[in-house]
Design a protein around this ligand. Structure first.
Ligand SMILES: [Zn+2]
Length: 115
């Protein structure tokens, strides 16, 4: 790996693995590779490290928002209720149109409009 410099202190940062780190508030990542400035103690990340943290955070968010629901019936239509957390995450509201696309035989994707 290359060297990382703390721009504030102009010293070389030390490579380490953080036991846990919140790249995004409330989403705890484990064993995160990073660099630490020996002077100010600030963590510095390479672009690749940031990309990986972003990916892991997204994956964890998806898992946190995944849900299981029974299919119910309304009139002649089948209905799946969407949990509130996911509604908030996707920023969808009553009356809004969403796009539903099959993704193979056992999956479909619900896409909220651009806001
Ligand atoms: Zn520093």
């Amino acid at each position: 790996m290359g060297t990382m410099i703390c721009t504030k202190d102009a010293v070389e940062a030390t490579e380490l693995v953080l036991e846990s780190y919140e790249y995004e508030e409330g989403i705890l990542l484990h064993n995160v590779p990073a660099y630490e400035c020996p002077v100010c103690g600030e963590f510095i990340f390479t672009e690749a490290q940031v990309d990986e943290m972003e990916q892991k955070t997204d994956m964890m968010k998806s898992e946190m928002l995944a849900f299981e629901r029974k299919v119910t019936v309304s009139g002649r239509s089948l209905v799946i209720n969407i949990p509130e957390d996911l509604v908030r995450h996707m920023n969808i509201a009553k009356g809004q149109k969403v796009r539903i696309m099959p993704a193979g035989k056992r999956k479909f994707v619900v896409e909220a409009p651009d806001s």
